[in-house]
Design a protein around this ligand. Structure first.
Ligand SMILES: [Zn+2]
Length: 476
């Protein structure tokens, strides 16, 4: 039997606001436990929450960036459940009327474009964190995260493979980073993903029973967990058994998913509008003001790089992987006027160095202007392309300008005819056999002579001039 996987994703993205969603407690990650709390986020009786305007603004920005309709009025609701990390006994979320609805994200999978629908984007507050003591049978709770603003981005069940899922998540994360509204850090939990997975017989309209996967902390985990879950469900269906609707946890160490609990239905949460919070109303002027302040987004930037700089789609994809890298590229092109050469240098030399040091482009010791200078020197024939790579390594290590390194180390191309001729004569005199071979018509040995000359000049001999001089000398 052939099956088609049906996947929908729910992403929780923590917003980069200074303060929490309904109180003025700070949100900075890594503060000592329970130092960023107040009666509001601890859910004391009688407190009055007030919505954070910046969080609302960020939600609208993401909605606009993903083609959503922005609700003129949206509501906060209480989602009731008990858990030790939830002091209020309910989470404040948006249920019936989310702030953004019906958008999309376009993904690109090996040249195949596909549009993944977004059902809704809503705001909610985060829960605290339980810290389980490894040595003692106790758990502690840290409420610093309680009340930190989240956006939940719910996709349509349009995703058909683990690869599509990861492409969608990467695209969504890129948009959040470009907008500067979330740091997208999966390790610190500011970008978390749950996946709903089901299988249906090929050609079937109706969805099969789905499971919800949780606890996947990287793109790789997500891809592996989805592969595993698809295989597991297929085996059940092939054996004539049923898939249970449940929440399953991915265990990276065991490379498997495990049933955690039966999946709750919405009615289990007894949602009702939060009586302490007024509806959020969004005037048109505000939407327009936010729309105008949106930066160029990854997909648009990629298209522009391809058309304006005539670089391949692959290069454009790499260079727009972050806003900072894209800016770096554009600044370096401004100085050198050679987009493809700049792109090659960034994608090979520069990114290799950054990766090795686990540095971000913003921490790169070589500025775009410094890279331009280096490439202009190659273009003008002042140094060879091979030497440029060595010079770059030194620039990266020491932060010194290319021209200074070339001068200090005497790396400029050797164009002194007299000096080159003297070396060529030396080489010819030392290798009479090869000279005889050349005269007998084996012109290939020219490469051997060039190699010798480069060795003696440490790669600095001007290739074209050397070639001419060599031929002249051999013809004598
Ligand atoms: Zn607070």
């Amino acid at each position: 039997m052939e099956y088609e996987p049906v996947i929908g994703l729910e992403v929780h993205a923590q917003l980069l606001t200074e303060t929490k969603l309904f109180c003025s407690c700070l949100t900075a990650f890594g503060a000592p436990p329970n130092t960023q709390t107040c009666p509001v986020c601890l859910g004391m009786p009688g407190v009055l929450p007030v919505a954070n305007k910046k969080a609302v603004r960020y939600a609208i920005a993401l909605g606009l960036a993903t083609g959503c309709t922005i609700s003129k009025t949206s509501l906060f609701a209480r989602k009731n459940y008990f858990y030790p990390d939830l002091p209020k006994g309910y989470q404040i979320s948006q249920y019936e009327v989310p702030i953004c609805r019906r958008g999309f994200i376009d993904i690109d999978l090996e040249g195949e474009k596909k549009r993944i629908g977004i059902t809704r984007i809503h705001m909610e507050d985060d829960a605290g964190k339980l810290i389980h003591d490894e040595e003692n049978p106790v758990s502690r709770v840290d409420f610093n995260r309680t009340g930190v603003p989240l956006l939940e981005i719910v996709s349509e069940p349009d995703i058909r493979s683990p690869e599509e899922a990861v492409a969608y998540l990467r695209a969504l994360r890129d948009i959040l980073l470009y907008l500067g509204i979330s740091d997208g850090n999966m390790e610190e939990g500011s970008f978390r993903c749950d996946a709903n997975v089901s299988l249906r017989a090929a050609g079937e309209e109706k969805f099969g029973t789905r499971t919800e996967l949780k606890n996947m902390n990287s793109f790789r985990h997500i891809q592996r967990a989805l592969f595993y879950e698809i295989r597991r469900q297929r085996a059940l269906l092939d054996a004539g058994e049923e898939v249970l609707q449940e929440t399953r946890l991915w265990d990276e160490a065991k490379q498997a998913t495990f049933g955690m609990r039966g999946k709750e239905e919405a009615q289990d949460y007894r949602y009702f509008p939060d009586p302490d919070l007024i509806p959020i109303t969004v005037p048109d002027e505000w939407i327009e003001e936010i729309r105008e302040s949106l930066p160029e987004l990854p997909a648009a930037k990629r298209e522009r790089f391809i058309s304006v700089y005539s670089i391949p789609e692959y290069d454009a994809g790499v260079l727009t992987s972050s806003r900072a890298l894209a800016d770096y590229f554009e600044d370096a092109v401004k100085g050198s006027g050679e987009p493809k050469k700049v792109s090659n240098f960034i994608m090979s030399e520069l990114m290799r160095e950054l990766k090795r040091d686990e540095r971000d482009i913003s921490e790169c010791p070589v500025t775009p202007a410094m890279l331009s200078e280096l490439l202009v020197m190659v273009d003008q024939g002042k140094i060879s392309g091979k030497i440029a790579k060595d010079v770059f390594e030194e620039m990266y290590r020491t932060g010194t300008k290319a021209s200074e390194i070339v001068e200090k180390k005497g790396l400029a191309v050797e164009r002194d005819e007299g000096a080159l001729i003297a070396l060529i004569e030396e080489i010819l005199a030392e290798n009479p056999d090869q000279v005889a071979q050349f005269k007998a018509g084996k012109t290939k040995v020219l490469g051997f002579f060039m190699g010798q000359l480069m060795k003696r000049t440490r790669g600095k001999a001007d290739p074209r001039l050397s070639n001419e001089l060599l031929r002249e000398k051999l013809a004598e």
